[in-house]
Design a protein around this ligand. Sequence first.
Ligand SMILES: [Ca+2]
Ligand SMILES: [Ca+2]
Ligand SMILES: [Ca+2]
Length: 243
Amino acid sequence: MTQEVHAIKRKNRLALAAAVAVVAVGTAVGVRLADNTTPSLAQSAATEHRAKPVRIEVFAPERGANAGANGFGWFVDMEVDFLGMNLKQAGFSGLQLTGPAGHNNVPPFPGLFSPGQDDRLPGLVVLTSTTIGSNVNPAFSGPGTNLANLFNLTGITNRDNKETELWDTWIVGAAIAGKDVDTTLTVAVVDDLNHDGVFNDAPNVVPDLNHDGRIDAQDLELLGVASNIVTVPFHINSAPAEP
Ligand SMILES: [Ca+2]
Ligand SMILES: [Ca+2]
Ligand SMILES: [Ca+2]
């Protein structure tokens, strides 16, 4: 994706954030006007409308895209904004440029590469609804498999007193979510479950917490999330890349 498209997406995101802020302020004012004798109610309403501390924006795949070839070569590309946090609180443990085989955990930006919790962004959960199971590859556990540690490229795109912004990118190197299949990407940052002040609590495998036979955004809500939960339905292409 070009920088121009990123710039447009960023502009749209800022406009959306401004609109959300206006709605939130309007709601809080409305509550106070309706009942200024119960500040505790107004406070709780404001708390409900307070944004999550982490914002995720997924650039790729796009909704409805027909991505990849032979089931691989598709991208997951995103930015993760940790609002009011530094790198340590975000769980960030270092720049990452990694991949399979000889690319795994080597300089200049070493990072581990396998299914499960990412060593560089350990609060991140990335799922697809069609991820293969251990019957196909023993390293995978089906749709609950956290794919975050398969990301190739992790870097710092903004640091100021408002946020720490990280970009995270994966070119999918094998048909780990099937091919010629409709799937849904689900992404979130898990809450600080162990209360150590760091977003480092993503599981290797998300369990089916509501026992409905699927592992999706509802299970992440039950687990506890610090961010919005992004879901992107798309199709994984099976045609070969070669003509
Ligand atoms: Ca990693
Ligand atoms: Ca933690
Ligand atoms: Ca479930």
